[in-house]
Design a protein. Structure first.
Lengths: 306, 240, 306, 240
């Protein structure tokens, strides 16, 4: 038997396997260089980039919750100019796909950042963060209303030199509506989900745990919400879906593929186990092999009703 | 986890609290306390304060833990300094014990090392058992005066700086609760002494990617990562 | 020192303490009679009642998830007539407050059920389930749109002989809008949150774990979402809030009170520890005593910014 | 957990998998396997299949578990029956062992008890060690024929019903995987024998409140709770 194929294609871009790292949980890739062989990854999604450098929120920025964590980093990043100058070079020859996550406070900012990234051929795809719940005005509105989501995706698509993948928020009544709007506006793929709105208070000192008050909930706690989002969205759109939320190991990867995702991203898991992605690639390969499945694409959307 | 080389004092380990399930989810950070050169064995000294440490307290000899590290930037002190003053509060004891041991091992004269150890009360003295065995100048401060100086260890530091018993050009290294570090920082500034602080911070990743553990740079609108640029900082660098 | 007072008042009804049991997790109260002294509870919220008996969804109806569980019971209940006949008598002399949870597939059903309950003075309050995510059409729309929420609450309030407490869904972009609409329509209190939309798939047999496909996510996993909902809602409404979601012990109770809840409900925790509510009442009493807090109301909304 | 009285066979315990953290969250159900009348000690016999059972397998003697029970309705069989036929598949062994032991204890003649024990292969035989010690008619069936009858234990049941060796008016009690129970149900119906089935179901609460564990009533659009009305049902009552 030949080794199973793990290749997947999203927005015309071929990934060597469906396992990517999620924005904001993998830095700019550099930090993990000493822990894992980055070239084995399907792809790296880098930390959200904005027009200017952002220092982020004052600490404490994170709090642990049951099977999850809250974060209010506040889109801390070096800004697009420094990103292109200092971070892209490292990413150039890693031998893995580079997806650049772009955030903005208004349409102009998205367009400005994309414009600066255009032409840099080390970039394979743009992930459009229209769903970060941490910064007031920084996108929440874009992803919570179909019309607004349509407008921003349409405008960005008009100038974007790369395949475009909006990243959606789960903090909506019906994610299907937003997903369809993005598809109609020309999105090449969809990434879902970003974090859920959350908050925590210390019952002994009465303090709200995050300086920013609310934060984004991630980790295994949110996986069922993410699986439902992927399943529902897959039933209404034709473009590929990249699943995110609470993925810890290869079993979770398979669950997302069965729900209809073409690829996945590991977020919080990178904090718990720096080599979680590599283990998942190995285990997924073994899983397919032991079941005589030749192609990982044969899992996509194959969940069966009970 | 056997370690090949003597670890840099002030570096830490990131330890996964459980093997089954995802709650608690994140690793816990502990300073390296001791190192046995013959076996390569590494030790931590910790206080049970919450769920993670409660789980660790039930781990029995022979069990395996998932440990990442050593991580971070520790104390980087040349042997050419004149005098070393270690100011420890409670669970701040471990990295400063290792620092004293490391300097002794490399030939630094124990008479030039002062270890000011702050405890709540004499009952906590066992935490300093190993420190006591080192040939250095060890002094205690307790909140209730049940052992040594009565009062905060930062006040003990001030008294010793005043009476000159810490020698010339003392380099201060401190580890302990936030309030104590702040006091030591103020004193070091007032007396114009070189000072290093080992900070604590909630550390989701420990390896520099989450940007969760940051502390503010002094005088700048900028944050630095405690896990990566720290946990040891020059006292003038950070705003507590 | 005198014992601290645990009394709270919601919609004019005094509860001996702020600890209630959540709808659907405590049956009609009978099952727990052998495990705990029901008279010690602040109140019991009974399983959602509909016009007719409902058998519920085919099994499997539940699945465990990280620090949580999914359920798709499908509003199984005896129907309002049998409820009044067979279940209310048991609840009559328990010495605790009785909150009856009412669900419906359309406005008429809500009005019908309320009408049947009117006049039964063993009932202290009505919790209006406009947020159950399990049954198609069974309320999801009511709670996901402010205008629709306003209309249903207004109509029910017009005929309801008891204080009325709508129970809101977290599956919305901004729960504040729904909460305000309910307040304006005359709601006496608000209960939040109901479960989050979720789903789970077995990675080995490829089966969707619930026959109903999606279900409601509850348990500690959702607590941060619930705390954020309570906090945000408390900042915009004047009526009392009853907090629900992932409460396991007295520390969680305190967290909800600090966030702005006047009382709380234990849901999934009852499955894990049948006496969780009684333990929480005891521990809460000790907590207040040890801090010299005379009145539990002094905790409400007192969370401090960091 | 010492128990005062001999438990009713077929009842179960609901055991909390962990002491720290909320994952895994829910209790796990296990049939009572054995009871020691002198000490009041209760035993379960379980197979490690997932996270909860994995945790239990690491519990050491002397540790305390949080146990609820005995819960549910067990086997309610008068001593006046003629012959008792126990059909066990894998982890279905425990409640039927206790049932045999209970009947023997109350004076029921062991010659009138047949225990048909289905295993995958002979390597699983240790699971039946205690059953072997009972003075009853024990027969094995294995999927691979490595011990006793080759084939499913339900087929062994059919063969023995056919050859009449189970005696007159045998009352069948079965516990095991769903597929096996279905087969036994069909056979009992075909042969017109009284039959009780002990069911498994995912049980969040175990005490009848969550309505999660239900099974469909035969011929009715109605569900019954496995934890409360069961786990033992008459074979004619339920639709598998
Ligand atoms: C670099 C570094 C070195 C440390 N060295 C030691 C040591 O040698 N001995 C020792 O006893 N303790 C040490 N600590 C503190 C130790 O990490 C905490 O006591 C521990 O994480 C508490 O975990 P818990 O689950 O028991 O507590 P919980 O309160 O249940 O933890 C809840 C969450 O808060 C975090 N947290 C709680 N307290 C702290 C804290 N003080 N610092 C950082 N995160 C915290 C936990 O990681 C977790 O995410 C060190 C911390 C850091 C950052
Ligand atoms: C009344 C009753 C009696 C039982 N008696 C025994 C016994 O004596 N010996 C024994 O080995 N097993 C017995 N089981 C099965 C046992 O409960 C499961 O094997 C166990 O719950 C699996 O837990 P886990 O965490 O290891 O598996 P996981 O697969 O990790 O469990 C995940 C979830 O599914 C549930 N679950 C998984 N398998 C089952 C199952 N077969 N039945 C019910 N819930 C399940 C768990 O409770 C949990 O909520 C019994 C089940 C019931 C309902
Ligand atoms: C510390 C942290 C920082 C994050 N920063 C970003 C970000 O900058 N941009 C973004 O689109 N998502 C960000 N996310 C969201 C993740 O990419 C991911 O969508 C989310 O964490 C859910 O996945 P997980 O449960 O696997 O972590 C961040 C998440 C965490 C935990
Ligand atoms: C098994 C189960 C059944 C439920 N049934 C109902 C119901 O009938 N009506 C309702 O309003 N909420 C129902 N709920 C939701 C709970 O009342 C509660 O809002 C939710 O579980 C969150 O609280 P928890 O995390 O403490 O469980 C149910 C929850 C569970 C787990
Ligand atoms: S702990 Fe993640 S950056 Fe420091
Ligand atoms: S397990 Fe909850 S009703 Fe049976």
């Amino acid at each position: 038997m030949t080794a199973p194929s793990l290749k997947v294609t999203i927005g015309g871009v071929e990934f060597k396997n469906p396992i990517l790292t999620a924005s904001g949980t993998f830095g700019y890739g550099e930090e993990f260089d000493e822990y894992i062989d980055l070239s084995r990854l399907g792809g790296i999604v880098t930390k959200s980039i904005t027009r200017h450098e952002r220092k982020g929120h004052p600490p404490p920025r994170t709090a642990e919750t049951a099977s999850g964590m809250l974060n209010a980093i506040g889109l801390a990043n070096v800004g697009v100019d420094a990103y292109v100058r200092e971070k892209l070079p490292f990413l150039r020859n890693l031998g893995t796909r580079i997806v650049v996550n772009v955030a903005g406070f208004d349409t102009d900012e998205y367009l400005y950042v994309i414009d600066k990234l255009n032409g840099h051929d080390e970039i394979d795809m743009i992930e459009l963060n229209i769903s970060c719940p941490n910064v007031k005005g920084a996108g929440m509105e874009f992803s919570s209303n179909p019309q607004i989501a349509y407008d921003i995706v349409k405008k960005v698509k008009g100038i974007c030199g790369f395949p475009l993948m909006p990243k959606l928020s789960p903090n909506v009544a019906d994610i299907k509506l937003i997903a369809k709007a993005c598809e109609e506006a020309g999105a090449d793929a969809l990434a879902l989900i970003n974090t859920l709105y959350g908050m925590a208070i210390d019952p002994f000192n009465w303090r709200i745990k995050l300086t920013n008050i609310t934060g984004g909930l991630s980790g295994p706690a949110i996986k069922p919400v993410a699986i439902a989002a992927v399943w529902k969205t897959a039933s209404v759109v034709k473009i590929p879906i990249v699943g995110i939320g609470g993925i810890m190991d290869y079993r979770d990867v398979i669950e997302f593929l069965l729900a209809g995702a073409t690829a996945v991203q590991f977020g919080t898991a990178n904090f718990v186990q720096p080599d979680c992605t590599i283990r998942a690639i190995d285990n997924l390969t073994d899983y397919l092999g032991s079941r005589n499945i030749q192609d990982v694409n044969d899992l996509i959307g194959k969940a069966k009703k009970t | 986890m056997p370690l090949e080389r003597f670890p840099i004092p002030g570096t830490f380990l990131h330890i996964k609290p459980n093997t089954t399930g995802t709650d608690p989810l994140l690793r816990r950070a502990f300073s390296i306390f001791d190192y046995d050169e013959t076996t390569g064995t590494i030790e931590i000294l910790y206080k049970v304060v919450g769920r993670g440490t409660e789980i660790f307290s039930r781990v029995r000899p022979g069990e395996t833990l998932d440990v990442l590290g050593p991580l971070g930037n520790g104390f980087d002190l040349p042997l050419t300094i004149d005098n070393l003053v270690l100011v420890a509060g409670g669970v701040g004891i471990p990295p400063l014990y290792l620092l004293a041991k490391s300097h002794l091992r490399r030939g630094f004269d124990g008479k030039r090392i002062s270890y000011l150890c702050g405890l709540t009360t004499v009952a906590e003295k066992p935490m300093a058992d190993r420190v006591e065995k080192l040939p250095i100048n060890l002094q205690f401060a307790t909140d209730d005066g049940s052992l040594g100086f009565k009062g905060f260890v930062s006040e003990l530091l001030r008294a010793r700086l005043d009476d000159g018993s810490l020698g010339i050009n003392p380099v201060i290294c401190a580890c302990g609760p936030d309030g104590m570090l702040k006091a030591v920082q103020t004193i070091a500034r007032a007396y114009g002494k070189k000072c290093y602080l080992s900070l604590e911070s909630i550390m989701p990743c420990g390896v520099g990617t989450c940007l969760g553990c940051v502390v503010k740079k002094d005088g700048e609108e900028k944050y630095v990562r405690v896990c990566r640029e720290g946990p040891v900082f020059e006292a003038t660098e950070v705003e507590l």
